[in-house]
Design a protein around this ligand. Sequence first.
Ligand code: NAD
Ligand code: UDP
Length: 314
Amino acid sequence: MKNNQQYRNLVTGGAGFLGSHLIDRLMESGEEVICLDNYFTGRKENLSQWMNNKRFELIRHDVTEPIRIEVDRIWHLACPASPVHYQFNPIKTAKTSFLGTYNMLGLARRVGARLLLASTSEVYGDPEVHPQPESYRGCVNTIGIRSCYDEGKRIAETLCFDYQRMHSTEIRVMRIFNTYGPRMLANDGRVVSNFITQALQGEPLTIYGDGRQTRSFCYVNDLIEGMIRLMNSDCSGPINIGNPGEFTIRQLAELVRKQINPNLKLINKPLPSDDPMQRKPVIDLALDKLNWTPKIPLEQGLKQTIDWFKTNTL
Ligand code: NAD
Ligand code: UDP
């Protein structure tokens, strides 16, 4: 650590959607940031405002390879997050989750850094308990098309807790529920970016299955606030960070077309296998340990996201 409260931060996956918003917050509060990314789904443009700043450094590196850097805090976000991207090369996704987390924990141990893992609600799989508290152990298919990601994050969590038990490594494990906002990739296949892109192009909105499956959508600024509070807390987790407002995918489609063009068609496409039917976080622990709750309702967050897509992707 440099002086009081000014940390040297390593953000893996920092050129991606969540990583770049986190870097904005860290840079705005005067900290030093090293961003590490292999640019699989990340973009340098997300960081362009910091390129000439002395407190910022960018390294092209793949987390499946070890690296040695002196840092105080490791925010370990590197991993593709959208089903289209993590299923593109599932073996690489599993390697990124396992070896990437193993390498970052090794680094944390060597340099005495605190590590925060960006885990996911996917560890709950297609949940039989609703809503999902952290104590629920999940219902995950080990051999399906989502398994590379779901099981990858589960073993990543396991590694964190074994490093804590064996080596007293300081860990913070955050289970992130569906998050949306500016800088999502237009082509990443996630539902919010798909619906907005389709609507802005005047195309029908594609609902997979009957659209009765649910998700709980958290606006990115709320999520990053929760992430920072967790890193600064003395709670190892795992801790759910997400917005408990639960919407069916059809309701989401209605909200998007209401804001862009109410006349657009909704069409149905096949539901991908193992697509979870429902998802909603219990966030009592986040309130209790971090005094955190999300502030931005879906309609407002969608408006901000749509405005960004209009300016940046059309
Ligand atoms: P993203 O795809 O935008 O960002 C991931 C970043 O990691 C990208 O910049 C990518 O290039 C980089 N990356 C991927 N593999 C890498 C590797 N092997 N080495 C180095 N860099 C690599 O995704 P995101 O939405 O910003 O997600 C960030 C993290 O949060 C991920 O770990 C994801 O699993 C987790 N998460 C996100 C959500 C969400 O809704 N966005 C939900 C749950 C969990
Ligand atoms: N989905 C949809 N239309 C799309 C993209 C996704 O109906 O164009 C559905 C998808 O089947 C899932 C939900 O929206 O039920 C959320 O999908 P996303 O890929 O965003 O996240 P995840 O399934 O990982 O939560």
